[in-house]
Every structure is written in structure tokens, then in C-alpha cells.
Design a protein around this ligand. Structure first.
Ligand code: F6R
Ligand code: MG
Ligand code: MG
Length: 369
């Protein structure tokens, strides 16, 4: 059975600043998707939230970039904004709905999308990862480890089907271009690009043996769409697992290392990505630290069986403790780089208008006495 798996997310306003969502927002989302399921548009859905972002996890048979499905997600986010966010004066109501109206599909409108169409296997385990207070490039390091690093994924060495490696599709979000890179042969080319996560972002991954689709990630950068800073592009991705693909544990393993990502306070700071359960996916300290939650599902004729809250496990306690230690260390740098992002990244924040005011005060160095 061919199935399309669509994860579409947006921050449409939140409770107590940019902290968490309101239960009524999730109710509106569930009732909207439930109606679409009853009408036969969706096969199944799961609504969840990480920090101030709402994720619509949907299965259907309309293929990728379907106007009907994207319109459903857009209308759902609009309805949440109007019926709850604005009514309760939640903070930054409708924040990610950058476009004024829906036009054909969700691309370039604000919300983040990770989606793919594939043949459901005899058994189909999928893990959906969702982050708050960071950007799509935050997935580059874990995706590299999952699909190209045998020290993290022994299946790349041991499993015959995975042994030929993977193809990474990488977007250049500044130039709106993409390139396909085969690993392990071209692994250094891959790293030369994705080591710059603000610009080169892994879009999807395929198994080389047969081109089987393995992972998809959202790549939308809000500031590039809106032309100004409106919030961070808190990303989503999903990974198909097992039976010739990385095991579930191999997909989770990179998150035992809370790597530094861009985002956090005012979208302007580097901080550790802390793996948490859904109940702990609420940013507090310094509007963070950035968090990632993971929900695991088994697909059954397109139905979402589960979810299981994958980081709700003491095995990730050490990663959380390390993330908290890194948080203390990074915070002590205050407004200095490398805690604060570098000038290139700050171009997409509110610092730009502050610096503009200083421009007129700068004098030529030749006037120095
Ligand atoms: C970061 C984020 C928050 C806000 C901060 C200031 O992605 O959402 O850290 O940037 O709380 O928000 P405003 O400018 O809305 O007061
Ligand atoms: Mg927000
Ligand atoms: Mg957010």
C-alpha cells in the first residue's frame, strides 16, 4: 500500500511568551483533522506540541505537495489562530503564518513540512523528531551520524542492505538549490557542506542499494521567506527504521550527545539540543535550552499505531545533565560569541536594526589622533 506521511508544523501563538501551547489549540487541531479523517481525506493523524510549536502528523494517499492536504494544514493553523490564539490573546498569535493567504501548497508560506510517499513495508516503524528553539540545520549532525557514521550506526557495517551506504539530498537554502551526495564515497563533500547548518540543510536521505526513501526533514527558513526576523524555524523530521534501515536505537543514539545548535533566546544563541519527553518539551531557562522530542509509530495500512515517547527514558538522563552543564557554561559568555551567533547569522535577527542606528556614528580610522 502506498502511503504519504506528512508532518506539518507551525507556531501560531503560545501560552506565557514563547513557552508552550494552550490545550484549546490542540483541541481545535484535533477536531479539524478528525473531520478530515471522517471525510476520507486523511487515513490517520496525531496532533502534538513541542514548546510553542504544534505538529500535525498525518497519513493519507494524496501524495506529496497535495493542495488538499496542505490547505487542510493551513486552514487548521488559521482556525487555531482565530478561535484560540487571538481570542485568548496568546503570545505571537499566528506567528509562523507568514503568507497572507494559502496558494497551492505550503512551500514558502511559513509552516515547516517534512513529507514523503512510500510503499508501506510488512512492518513500518517510524520515528518523528520535533525541536523547539532551533533551526532545520540542527538535524544535520544527527542525520549524518544515523546514516553515515558507523561509530553511531553499526548497521552501516554489519547489515548487508545498508552496507552500500546512503544518498543525502542537501538544500542550499540561500541559493535555493539542491545536490545529491553519495556516502561513504563522498562523505567529505557532504561534511564540507552540512558543517554549515545555517545554509546547507539535509532535506532527505535514501538507501543506495535500491533508492529506498529513509528520512525527510523540514528545510523552511522563516526569515528568508518573510525578509525579516519573525521567529526561529523550529524543525521536524522523520526516520524510517529497522529491517535494512537504521534500527530505532541507531536513529536515537546521536541525541545522547547534546550538540550545539543555533536558536535559543531570540533565535540568536548557540546552545545544547536537549532530548526530552513530550511533557518536558517546554522551554523555560533563557527561553530554552533548545529541545528535541521524538514520537515513535508503527504504520498499519496507513494507521498510526502508537505513539511511544522515545526520550521519556532514564537512558537519556545523562544527555540531559550534560545539556544543563553546557547551558551553564555557554550562558557565562553573556552577549559574546560564540554563545551569541556570528554576524552572518545575526543578519536574520532583530540586531540588524540596532546596528543600523550605530552606522552613522562610525568615523574613518584616518581621523584617529
Ligand atoms: C526564540 C524565541 C524567543 C523570543 C524571545 C523574544 O525562538 O521564540 O526566545 O525570541 O522571547 O520574543 P519577543 O521579541 O516576541 O518579545
Ligand atoms: Mg513562538
Ligand atoms: Mg518554537
Amino acid at each position: 500500500m502506498r502511503i504519504t506521511f506528512s508532518v506539518i508544523k507551525a507556531d501560531v501563538g503560545s501560552l506565557v511568551g514563547h513557552h508552550t501551547v494552550h490545550p484549546q489549540q490542540l483541541e481545535v487541531a484535533r477536531s479539524s483533522l478528525s473531520k478530515a479523517k471522517n471525510e476520507g481525506l486523511l487515513t490517520d493523524f496525531h496532533v502534538t506540541a513541542v514548546g510553542d510549536d504544534i505538529q500535525l502528523i498525518m497519513t493519507h494517499q494524496k501524495g506529496i505537495n497535495s493542495t488538499q492536504i496542505h490547505q487542510l494544514a493551513w486552514d487548521t493553523f488559521m482556525e487555531i489562530t482565530e478561535k484560540v490564539s487571538r481570542k485568548l490573546k496568546l503570545y505571537a498569535a499566528g506567528q509562523d503564518l507568514v503568507a497572507t493567504a494559502f496558494s497551492g501548497n505550503m512551500k514558502g508560506l511559513g509552516p515547516g513540512i517534512a513529507e514523503a510517499e512510500f510503499e508501506e513495508r510488512t512492518s513500518e516503524p517510524i520515528v518523528v523528531f520535533m525541536a523547539d528553539k532551533t533551526e532545520p540545520g540542527a538535524w544535520n549532525l544527527p542525520l549524518y551520524k544515523i546514516f553515515a557514521d558507523p561509530f553511531s550506526t553499526p548497521g552501516l557495517v554489519i547489515d548487508e542492505t545498508l552496507h552500500s551506504g546512503c544518498t543525502f539530498r542537501v538544500m542550499d537554502v540561500m541559493e535555493d538549490k539542491f545536490v545529491d551526495i553519495d556516502t561513504p564515497d563522498e562523505v567529505y563533500d557532504l561534511l564540507a557542506l552540512i558543517g554549515t547548518p545555517g545554509r546547507y540543510i539535509v532535506h532527505s536521505v535514501y538507501r543506495r542499494t535500491d533508492g529506498l526513501f529513509a528520512a525527510a526533514a523540514s528545510t523552511a527558513r522563516l526569515a528568508l521567506i518573510a525578509g525579516k526576523y519573525v521567529g526561529k524555524d523550529d524543525p521536524v523530521m522523520f526516520v524510517r527504521c529497522q529491517h535494512g534501515l537504521p534500527a530505532v536505537g541507531e536513529a536515537l543514539e546521536p541525541f545522547a550527545f547534546p550538540h550545539l545548535v543555533a536558536g535559543w533566546m531570540r533565535g540568536s544563541h548557540h546552545g545544547p539540543l536537549m532530548p526530552v519527553s513530550i511533557k518536558d518539551a517546554r522551554c523555560t531557562r533563557f527561553d530554552g535550552p533548545p529541545r528535541v522530542a521524538a514520537l515513535g509509530f508503527q504504520l498499519c495500512e496507513g494507521k498510526l499505531i502508537g505513539p511511544s515517547d522515545m526520550f521519556d527514558d532514564p537512558a537519556f538522563d545523562k544527555a540531559r545533565a550534560t545539556a544543563n552543564e553546557i547551558t551553564d557554561y555557554m550562558r557565562r559568555h553573556g552577549p559574546f560569541m560564540p554563545h551569541r551567533l556570528g554576524p552572518e547569522e545575526m543578519e536574520y535577527t532583530t540586531l540588524v536594526s540596532v546596528l543600523k542606528k550605530l552606522e552613522g556614528k562610525l568615523k574613518p580610522a584616518s581621523e584617529l589622533q
